[in-house]
Write a protein that binds this ligand. Structure first.
Ligand code: FEO
Ligand code: CA
Ligand code: CA
Length: 689
């Protein structure tokens, strides 16, 4: 892969303000800080996998227009209204309502807006549960933006919260586990206060995860962090210095041996933790996503790993962290990046337990992992590799889940992710005649814990360099798979395919599962729609296992072709487009107890702030997207979670104020308005009393 010209290491210098965004509304700052400008690079998947033949492609494009036109006439008029919040009065979902129940309460969709606020549907309200800098462990110093240190950061709530997991610990208590994906140095640090090395060290320590005990508030659905930290025995910060055990078949492999750990069985720290999931045995899984961007080089790169580094986007153009810790210098330690890119498992109930990195679940830009127990008792994890043109994966455990509530059963269940079969998904379209984007699919096995199915690659090769293994078996290149999550009510699996500006280019032709080579966007809620190349608004893919979650086949369809309902290419499960909210760039998904889908977005290209949406998955309102909440300026919505019998919606407000040109002294957001700078925070929404 060609390297882009090297850019200077991170410094206090703000990113050059621009008048335009890079990819729709995604700010240049978000691209730079979160994923190391991944989109400036050609997508690392250079294989020709996943190209369904041209005839189907053309037919699909034709039909896309036809289908849009079929429902588009009325939708155009009302859809324009929808963009300013005017949904049809007939659209009230669902019919049955229980007071305070987020799944069954009807609500008026929140209109697209650019407010610097969390705007929740009428009748509901929100509380901030934890903010960046809030004390996590007893003895942590109070946050002071002018007195940040790495040591303090490792005891406080980290930056840019993403995944939110909540596990009950009692009737009125629970433990919340949160990812801290990345940092935005432009917004975090006052000018002339820190040296560049201090900034790097503090930013490093703001990555990781937090475990925080919470308790029920006075109003049903409200939850607050336990403020008596001496009582909060489960509270914990996992950070860049935390020890992780590397487990599974590749543990101890030579490629995992580093200067820091010559055994190849442990890793120090976790990085770029994006989404995740909680397991039926009471742990939390977290995905290490854009880990490639943290590594510098002081000289040449190890020629043994040229292809591997390229496939993972590891260029040696990092964030200058090697100035703080030499393990981030690839020239000195070519194996250090192999300790990242895994699914990590944290046991929040055991604050002294060593968290683990699971080699059996493969190494790629893990968005997250979500578990369902198949009817044959096996634990099945669904996973996305979030890169343009990368794949959807599945792991099936070798052993069965033990549902007993005993210590012995839990010990057994904690081993489930160490042995099994890792597979990658191939999608076949069935053509356009049926008026649907749909077809059949197949899980292509890559390896078990003892056997590789990939020619020329050992089990350890497959697990450490999973992308290269998958390339060899012919899976389908997808439009940035984010969350891939089983719906326990209807047994289907939902994947957010967030967007892909390259789809439709010669190297990445459309297919029935990734059908759009162009899509409609708008600069602001009132601006006209204009056409942009590629898939800009994303899809929600629905997979239906054939023969259970552990079987090798499935059928699939696109439940949503996201965008503005006024755009002909959009599709909302067949429901009247006049009744839906515009939605752009689905990212994280979750479900309520009724099996409805809740979707958070990242990077709205329809001129509005990001938000969270409720979508019925069955019945006459299937596909009826309604916006429940919008985020503050510059923020994306992450980690939605319905909790407490549908009374509470937890979510993370990530990177508020991350708008080009913003600096600590000149912020674009001050949300949650407790300071004169923004603080990424976890929020809970519930019925107002
Ligand atoms: Fe961190 Fe794939 O979003
Ligand atoms: Ca079809
Ligand atoms: Ca995400």
């Amino acid at each position: 892969m060609t390297q882009t010209p090297s850019r200077p290491l991170l410094s206090l210098t703000p990113v050059t303000p621009t008048t335009t965004n890079r990819h729709g509304s995604r700010s240049r700052m978000t691209c730079f800080f979160r994923c190391g400008n991944a989109c400036d690079h050609a997508e690392p998947n250079r294989t020709d996998n996943g190209h369904i033949q041209d005839e189907i492609t053309k037919a699909v494009q034709r039909r896309s227009v036809l289908k849009g036109a079929a429902v588009g006439t009325g939708a155009f008029v009302v859809g324009t209204g929808a963009a300013s919040g005017g949904l049809s009065a007939a659209a009230v979902q669902p019919a049955r309502a229980t007071s305070g129940d987020l799944a069954t309460s009807p609500f008026k969709a929140v209109a697209p807006n650019k407010r610097d606020a969390v705007t929740v549907a009428e009748g509901f309200t929100t509380s901030v549960v934890m903010r960046w800098g809030d004390r996590v462990v007893a003895g942590a110093p109070a946050f002071d933006a002018a007195k940040q240190t790495p040591e303090a950061a490792r005891q406080q709530f980290g930056y840019n919260c993403d995944y939110v997991g909540v596990l009950p610990t009692g009737r009125d208590e629970a433990v919340m586990v949160v990812n801290h994906e990345y940092t935005d140095e432009n917004l975090m640090f006052p000018a002339d206060t820190y040296t560049p090395a201090q900034i790097k060290a503090i930013a490093m320590s703001n990555h990781g995860m937090s475990v925080v005990e919470i308790r029920r508030g006075v109003v049903p659905g409200d939850w607050r962090a336990e403020t008596n930290l001496r009582k909060a025995k489960l509270n914990r910060r996992l950070h860049i210095e935390t020890e992780f055990k590397i487990v599974g078949p590749a543990a101890g492999d030579e490629r995992l041996m580093t200067i820091d750990d010559p055994s190849g069985r442990s890793a120090r720290g976790t990085l770029n933790n994006c989404a995740g999931g909680s397991t039926p045995w009471g742990t939390v899984l977290s995905g290490e996503e854009n880990f490639n961007q943290y590594f510098d080089k002081s000289g040449a790169l190890d020629a043994r790993y040229t292809a591997q580094y390229a496939r993972y986007g590891i260029t040696g153009t990092g964030k200058g962290w090697s100035e703080v810790d030499s393990r981030f210098d690839l020239t000195l330690d070519p194996h250090e990046p192999h300790r990242f890119g895994w699914i990590v498992e944290v046991d929040p109930m055991s604050p002294t337990s060593t968290p683990r990195k699971h080699t059996m679940l493969g190494r790629f830009k893990h968005e997250g992992a979500n578990i369902v127990i198949a009817k044959n008792g096996k634990a099945v994890a669904y996973m996305g590799d979030d890169e343009r043109g990368d794949y959807i994966y599945r792991f099936v455990s070798a052993e069965k889940f033990d549902p007993a509530r005993t210590a012995k059963a839990r010990r057994h269940n904690l081993t489930l992710l160490t042995k099994g079969t890792l597979s990658v998904a191939k999608f076949s379209g069935d053509g356009s005649e049926d008026g649907e984007y749909d077809g059949t699919g197949q899980w292509l096995p890559l390896c078990t814990d003892t056997t590789s199915y990939v020619e020329g690659m050992s089990v350890a090769d497959v697990l450490i360099f999973t992308r290269l293994a998958a390339d060899k078996v012919g899976p389908t290149k997808m439009d940035r798979p984010e969350d891939v999550e089983p719906n326990l009510v209807n047994g289907k699996v939902y994947a957010a395919l967030t967007n892909n500006s390259n789809r439709g280019k010669p190297e990445l032709p459309v297919d029935e599962a990734n059908p759009l080579a162009s899509s409609m966007v708008r600069a602001s809620p009132g601006a006209p729609l204009t056409s942009a190349s590629g898939n800009r608004n994303g899809y929600v893919l629905e997979m239906t296992p054939v023969g259970g979650h552990a079987a090798s086949r499935f059928t699939w369809d696109l439940l949503l072709v996201c965008g503005d309902p006024a755009a002909a290419e959009t599709y909302f499960g067949g429901v009247d487009k006049a009744t839906v909210s515009p939605i752009s760039c689905p990212d994280n998904v979750t479900f309520d107890n009724e099996g409805q889908l809740w979707i958070s977005t990242d990077g709205n290209v329809l001129g509005s702030n990001d938000g969270i949406f409720r979508v019925p998955t069955q019945g006459p309102l299937r596909g009826q997207v309604r916006q429940f909440v919008t985020m503050p300026r510059g923020a994306e919505a992450c980690g939605p979670l319905i909790y407490d019998k549908n009374r509470s919606l937890f979510f993370a407000v990530q990177h508020p104020g991350e708008i080009d040109g913003a600096t600590f002294e000149n912020q674009a957001s001050t949300w949650p308005h407790t300071d004169d700078f923004p603080r990424p925070s976890v929020v809970v929404a519930y019925r107002r009393r």
